[in-house]
Ligand binder design. Structure first.
Ligand SMILES: Cc1cc2nc3c(=O)[nH]c(=O)nc-3n(C[C@H](O)[C@H](O)[C@H](O)COP(=O)(O)OP(=O)(O)OC[C@H]3O[C@@H](n4cnc5c(N)ncnc54)[C@H](O)[C@@H]3O)c2cc1C
Ligand SMILES: NC(=O)C1=CN([C@@H]2O[C@H](COP(=O)(O)OP(=O)(O)OC[C@H]3O[C@@H](n4cnc5c(N)ncnc54)[C@H](OP(=O)(O)O)[C@@H]3O)[C@@H](O)[C@H]2O)C=CC1
Ligand SMILES: O=C(O)C(=O)Cc1c[nH]c2ccccc12
Length: 422
């Protein structure tokens, strides 16, 4: 028996030494490694802190909440009321409005980091992570650092929006004006007096059109498919709040009918202005495909007055002109790609079981997607915004706490560097 244990210990030791020869340094982290310091990663770290479990947060940007700080437009607000967007253990300040601005949301997150004394490691992009079966540990490598970090637990918190989706459009390289993705759009000021084509009609495209209008630009929006647009508020309450309340009383298909009836009453028949609705209701669509309904903050009124024009899909572009799928063509000065985001998990997580290689989201559907095998977790991939992140974070911290307590902790932090070559 002792002989077997010795053999196993030698195997693990040899595997470590092999690795060290290849990379240089191996650091064993006492608690979980969290990849990403957005709201989801911070929420997990705070929940772990409450339970006395240490962790390391690795972040590619030079700050927390890089999506909110660096990649969003100036006029952005939370579009769900603040009570549905708070992270565990810390409500928003009472003085904040129902829909906080992005600056207020970032301020809240900075306070969150202070309150829980979190110290993410910035400017470190995880380039690979894989499970070392012989060691029973996750091995994480960051760009430009000759070091492997090992941990029993790996928490993926890189988000559903970590990379911009830029569609291939024929002739786009010949287009003479600026072509920007929403992740680098700040304000319509730079487009004042210009004719701008906004490609994509999710919440970003719709609000950016409004912003362009308010800054004396002339926007057109590409709507290539059906979509649900709902007022942000109905009956004096948020549409999201009303939906949650109705879902407690009625089945989802009935709630959808009620929402659509009230929306029709407030917004009118959207198909008359070129925005056809899908056959399936807004909440059912959200549940089955993750597609978020557009919450209208004033864009629809501008479409009705003709200040914002609706156009079909883009076929190709030339130096100034955009040709549409219905055969029409128009000249534009600039193009804004409001074509959304995707997860980057398949590019760095080498174990392919938990996350789909197609969309980079957990293969198991909500609410089962948060836990994988061998101590792997996913936070913030539920297509349910910040509320989904908080739910995941609490579950993950609870699960890790159990195995943390159950284990004799052999991995009190240690660092090994290879012995100098003799
Ligand atoms: C414009 C916009 C508005 C939104 N508004 C709302 C809203 O009002 N309400 C709501 O509930 N939800 C909203 N959402 C949904 C949004 O997903 C959440 O608000 C939230 O930002 C998700 O947090 P996250 O931590 O999961 O992801 P992110 O905020 O994207 O954070 C992920 C972090 O991981 C880092 N990262 C990525 N790859 C690596 C890597 N390889 N190595 C190291 N670090 C890495 C990124 O730099 C980033 O900081 C909005 C999304 C967008 C795009
Ligand atoms: N707090 C807030 O106020 C805001 C919240 N958000 C949230 O951020 C997330 C990302 O939103 P968003 O950036 O709008 O991205 P989305 O993925 O929600 O929308 C992308 C849009 O682009 C369209 N599209 C993609 N490719 C093309 C193409 N080649 N030609 C024409 N259209 C195309 C899609 O159409 P199709 O459906 O046909 O594929 C879709 O309408 C969402 O969860 C959203 O709710 C965003 C902005 C504001
Ligand atoms: O902002 C987002 O993208 C969200 O996912 C928030 C959200 C979760 N569920 C919803 C249902 C309707 C509108 C927004 C959301």
């Amino acid at each position: 028996m002792d002989y077997l244990r010795e053999l196993e210990s030698k195997r693990v030791h040899d595997s470590f030494d092999e690795t060290m020869k290849k990379v240089g340094r191996c650091v064993c982290v006492p608690g979980p490694i969290i990849v990403g310091a957005g709201p989801s990663g911070l929420a997990v770290a705070a929940c772990l802190k409450e339970k006395g479990v240490p962790c390391v947060i690795i972040e590619r940007a030079n700050c927390i909440a890089s999506l909110w700080k660096l990649k969003t437009y100036n006029r952005l607000h939370l579009h769900l009321p603040k009570k549905y967007c708070e992270l565990p253990f810390m409500p928003f300040p009472a003085k904040f409005p129902t829909y906080p601005t992005k600056e207020q949301f970032v301020e809240y997150l900075e306070d969150y980091v202070k309150k829980f004394d979190l110290e993410p490691q910035f400017n470190q992009t995880v380039e690979s992570a894989n499970y070392d079966h012989s060691l029973g540990l996750w091995r994480v490598k960051t760009v430009g650092v000759k070091e492997f970090r090992y941990s029993r637990w790996l928490v993926v918190a890189t988000g559903e929006n970590s990379e911009a989706v830029v569609p291939e459009i024929e002739g786009i390289n010949e287009f003479e004006g600026p072509v920007v993705h929403t992740s680098s759009y700040k304000s319509g000021e730079t487009f004042s007096g210009k004719k701008v084509l906004v490609v994509g009609c999710g919440n970003s495209g719709m609000e950016i059109c409004l912003d362009l209008c308010n800054n004396n630009a002339q926007p057109s929006i590409v709507v290539r498919d059906t979509l649900h647009i709902l007022p942000r508020e109905m009956l004096g309450r948020s549409t999201f709040g009303v939906s949650m309340w109705l879902l407690k009383l009625f089945p989802i298909c009935l709630v959808d009918r009620i929402l659509l009836f009230i929306s029709w009453f407030i917004l009118g028949d959207t198909s008359r202005i070129g925005l056809d609705r899908p056959n399936i209701g807004p909440l059912q669509l959200k549940c089955t495909s993750g597609k978020t309904p557009v919450l209208d903050v004033g864009t629809l009124a501008k479409i009705k007055t003709g200040e914002i024009k609706v156009r079909p899909g883009v076929k190709r572009t030339t130096c100034r002109t955009v040709e549409f799928t219905d055969g029409s063509a128009e000249e534009y000065d600039a193009i804004v790609l409001a074509t959304g985001y995707r997860s980057n998990v398949p590019s760095w997580l080498k174990d392919k079981e938990m996350f789909s290689e197609e969309d980079g989201l957990p293969r198991r559907s909500f609410p089962h997607g948060w836990k994988g095998e061998y101590g792997l977790y996913a936070v913030g991939f539920t297509k349910r915004g910040l509320l989904g992140s908080s739910m995941d974070a609490k579950r993950i911290a609870q699960d890790i706490e159990q195995s943390w307590k159950a284990e004799v902790k052999p991995f009190t932090a240690f660092t090994r560097t290879p012995a100098p070559a003799s």
